[in-house]
Design a protein around this ligand. Sequence first.
Ligand code: PBE
Length: 296
Amino acid sequence: MIKKRIIGIISVLSFVFVLTGCGSSESNSEAANLGDELDYTITGIEPGAGAMGLAEDTIAGYENLNDWELFESSTAGMLTELGAAIDNEEPIVIVGWNPHWMFASYDLKYLEDPKGTMGRDEGIHTIVRTGLEEDFPEAYEVLDRFNWEIEDMEAVMNDAQDMEFAEAATKWIDTNQDKVKEWTEGVDMVQGKEFELVATPWDSELASGEVIKQVLEQQGFEVTVTPVDPAVLFQSIAQGEGDASVAPWLPVTHGPFFEQYKDDIIDLGTNLTGAKNGIVVPSYMDIDSIEDLPAK
Ligand code: PBE
């Protein structure tokens, strides 16, 4: 009887051991599976994006990611991959940011970034070429006053999903005359002076670029807005080819370009606060931190 009980206890114990053993090897293999499913790859965007530099710093800065790859693509390509993964409830790790409609369209989360390699809260700045204040004081004044909220930018970006950015910007300007007045009240009109705005090719900056273009046009300027890579943007303002930009993300995202050209650029400060970059995953993924991504 006693013998039987001891054997019983032993078999219960060994059953428990088998279970726990199973448990841990299962979570190891789950992690390996997740890594395999992700191909140990972060799905990135345009190689010239500031956020891609931060993603490279992240791969280098987190030991678990040292053997991971950063896939260079385009924002449209990344969004296609994201949509496809979500349709199939598959895991995916992307370079993401706010403001962008991806967070409104999909249930996503930023992975915690204890090392801060993806930056923290970013400001979007207005920069101008040296000499602009003397040459175009009216434009300088409007640009110096220009500032708006994330919600404003998002309104233009959302409308631009169904119409041209120009039309979305006109709509925003028409419905936000109070804000536009704050930027333009008392500023002298000009006639036909040509003005070169430089932007970047992302929706957020196509939105702000088009709004400020139309506001300056209302003041009498003839404005062109040219979207380029961040590196080219800073270079063109520093060399005086472009007059101004409302597109730079600082201090981190475009920090290296700013550092390179800061002596030849005038920074008029933030026109929007609360922008952010990060490593982003669908909310159904069972991880919370960059440190939870499995090492290869
Ligand atoms: N972004 C959006 C850009 C700036 C705006 C975060 C993708 C970048 O340079 O990374």
